[in-house]
Design a protein around this ligand. Structure first.
Ligand code: ATP
Length: 705
């Protein structure tokens, strides 16, 4: 059996702990009025998740706790547990045994445990609802509520049937879907409205941003060209500079070596020059001396000649008498006239010399004078000889000096030629070095120029340091192209980053909203489909079940009344009913339009009047019992608690009721509270409930079979 055991302690009149073994097809609970039988059904209803104290016959929740009697103090806590055998897997959990316990203390604390784990009341209600059980509906039919089905409204009847058929779960799902559909519709509207608001702003931004289109491509091409152009040019210059370095170093080395060589030779020249003879001065002195000697010799010669002439004159001179003197004067006068007429200096000199001789002759003593003259002449000749010797010595000295000079000149010439050759080499090396320096400076200038150009295009020379691409084929073409690209870029203008950012954000938001709309539209379609499917399922299952129930109802009416006819009809109601559902942790109320309610149509044998109002209490109870069994016949519940629904029946009908119970007990467990002997006879086990002397309920088991 399914429901195995019920335990109570401190619950209403059950102060002491009691345990009812319920593992039988039909369990009957019997006992005097007020002994506490119905408190047992209350406990079961409480365990199935009843929230309202009044549905448990109490004014407030504390009324569920043993209130005490004059002999027993009140208790602080009420608790109840029921145990199910779940080996059939009736409950969709992995446990073989399922237990539900509920506790309530006077200070208002309450606790519900499912297999000893605490859960919420709502969860317990859901747990049972999924298995078509519940505190309301037809799991428990309380005392005085047996005619609940026939006394209910058509819509309430429909709900009861839905619960029995397990359609309530679908209804909850449908209500959830409807609620979600509403929310989704609302969100869809909101998203569409936002898209509508965003669209013009996005269009405006797009227009602004679209002019930047292609900018990146142009900038990319320009960048590539610049890289190739400036990169290759910089590289060329740097390579050339790098190549120059060793050549320059070599040249400097060579030059300084050559400078040493040249300086050495220069010093040697100075040495040679300093060691040179003072030949020029010496020769000058010699030449001066020679001139003096020659002058002296000339004078000696001249004196000698004069003496010779005098000597000659002396030897031919007559005795000077007055007559001779006059004749001599006459001669002198003639000589003077003659030389004046001739007018030459030579003649004049000669004349003067002759006049002197004439006069000397006149005044000399003849032979005495010639001896003196000869002596003077000999001296003069000796002087001339001496002078000639001097002249010869001077010639030798001059020749010596000249030789010295020649030798010096040759040496000087030799070293000078060597010096000149090295100096020429030095000059050549200097030229070479200078040309290298010049070349390097030229490259430096080029490098600086290029760097300035690079700065002018808004880049840095260091940008190209790592460039190692392919040089341009035609630099001129590239320069023209770069010029054009820069023009295009400046025509497009600088990108306004704020506009771009705004555009991107707006576009992202727009895309997000469009995606959301599409998701929401899909959700709407899915939800509509789900609602349609659930509607179909509910309607289909309900409609097919209702005709079956109607047939069974007719059958039981026939059996219980010994004839008559009964049927259930479904008629459209344009009412709304409210379903409490919980969706995603929120309690919401979903309005669900119900299409139809359930109507009961009965006619009895031997009675003209139709309708339920005309029936006696017992007859009404029979109709209710027929309806109850008709209902559970389509979907037998695992257990059913019936509290004194057989009370108004006479013995024959009680027996018929007992038979029905027996038939149904194969599929459904019954817990029956009864005073009816015939019903008791149908039971497998009887529990007697008594009110003990201290005012608490006690249970005793009376096994029948
Ligand atoms: P009947 O056959 O007349 O229907 P019954 O056996 O079903 O009677 P119950 O209605 O189950 O009787 O029991 C009612 C009894 O339980 C009353 O005597 C009532 O005083 C007692 N009772 C109810 N609540 C409490 C409580 N909180 N503490 C103590 N006793 C309580």
């Amino acid at each position: 059996m399914f429901l195995r055991k019920l335990e109570l302690q401190g619950f209403k009149s059950f102060a002491d702990k009691i345990s009812l073994d319920l593992s039988h097809g039909i369990t009957a609970v019997v006992g005097p009025n007020g002994s506490g039988k119905s408190n047992i059904t209350d406990a079961l209803r409480w365990l199935l998740g009843e929230r309202e104290a009044r549905n448990l016959r109490g004014g407030k929740v504390e009324d569920l706790i043993f209130a005490g009697t004059k002999d027993r103090p009140r208790m602080g806590m009420a608790q109840a547990s029921m145990y199910f055998d779940n080996s059939s897997g009736f409950f969709p959990v992995d446990y073989k045994e399922v237990s539900v316990s509920r506790r309530l203390s006077r200070d208002g604390e309450s606790e519900i445990l499912l297999n000893k784990s605490e859960i919420r009341l709502k969860d317990v209600i859901d747990f049972f609802a999924k298995s078509r059980m519940g505190a309301r509906g037809l799991s428990i039919v309380s005392q005085g509520e047996s005619d609940i089905f026939i006394n209910s409204t058509p819509l309430e009847r429909r709900e009861m049937i839905e619960e029995i058929l397990g359609l309530k779960e679908y209804q909850i799902k449908k209500a959830e879907a409807v609620r979600r559909l509403k929310n989704t519709g609302f969100n869809l509207e909101k998203a569409n409205a936002l898209i509508g608001e965003l669209a013009p702003h996005l269009r405006m931004l797009k227009k602004q941003v679209s002019r930047y289109e292609g900018r990146e491509e142009i900038a990319g091409e320009l960048n590539e060209l610049e890289n190739r152009y400036y990169g290759s040019r910089l590289k060329k210059i740097k390579d050339a500079l790098l190549k120059l370095q060793p050549a320059l170093k070599d040249a400097e080395k060579e030059l300084s070596k050559q400078e040493v060589v040249t300086k050495k030779l220069e010093a040697e020249i100075t040495d040679v020059r300093n060691s040179g003879p003072e030949t020029d001065e010496k020769i000058k002195v010699i030449q001066e001396k020679r001139k003096n000697s020659l002058d002296r010799k000339f004078n000696f010669q001249k004196d000698l000649n004069r003496l010779e002439t005098r000597l000659e004159l002396t030897q031919n001179l007559p005795d000077v008498k007055e007559v001779n003197l006059l004749a001599a004067l006459k001669d002198v006068r003639n000589l003077a006239y003659a030389s004046v007429e001739e007018g030459t200096l030579e003649r004049l000199k000669d004349t003067v010399s002759k006049i002197v001789s004439l006069i000397d002759n006149l005044f000399s003593k003849g032979n005495d004078a010639s001896g003196e003259l000869k002596k003077s002449m000999a001296k003069l000749e000796a002087d001339i000889k001496q002078t000639d010797k001097e002249l010869k010595d001077l010639d030798i000295a001059e020749a010596d000096s000249t030789k010295h000079i020649r030798q010096f000149n040759e040496k000087f010439k030799e070293i000078f030629i060597a010096f000149e050759s090295e100096r020429n080499k030095l000059i050549k090396l200097k030229d070479e070095k200078n040309s290298l320096v010049f070349e390097s400076e030229k490259l430096d200038i080029k490098l600086k120029d290029l760097s300035v150009q690079i700065l002018e295009i808004g880049r840095k020379a260091s940008d190209f340091d790592v460039w190692s691409g392919v040089p341009l084929e035609d630099e001129e073409v590239a320069v023209r192209r770069m010029f054009r690209l820069r023009g295009e870029l400046s025509a497009i203008g600088e990108i306004d980053q704020n506009t771009i950012k705004d555009y991107k954000e707006t576009e992202e938001r727009h895309t997000f909203l469009v995606d959301q709309v599409s998701d929401l539209e899909k959700a709407v379609t899915d939800l509509n489909k789900l609602i349609e499917d659930l509607d179909y399922k509910i309607r289909h299952e309900f409609n097919s079940a209702i005709s079956h129930i109607s047939e069974e109802f007719n059958k039981y009416i026939n059996a219980l009344f010994g004839g008559g006819k009964a049927k259930l009809t479904v008629e459209e109601e344009k009412d709304e009913r409210v379903l409490d559902v919980e969706v995603e942790g929120l309690e919401v109320q979903a309005n669900e339009k119900v299409e139809s309610g359930v109507y009961i149509d009965v006619s009895f044998p031997r009675k003209r009047l139709k309708g339920l109002e005309v029936l006696s209490g017992g007859e009404k109870a029979l109709v209710s019992i027929a309806a109850l069994f008709a209902l559970i016949s389509v979907s037998p519940p695992p257990f059913l608690v019936l509290d004194e629904i057989d009370a108004p029946l006479d013995e024959i009908n009680a027996r018929r009721f007992g038979e029905l119970l027996k038939n149904f007990s194969k599929k459904t467990q019954f817990l029956i509270v009864t005073h009816n002997r015939a019903t008791m006879e149908a039971a497998d086990v009887l529990y007697g409930v008594t009110m003990s002397a201290d005012g608490t309920s006690q249970v005793l088991s009376i096994k029948l079979n």
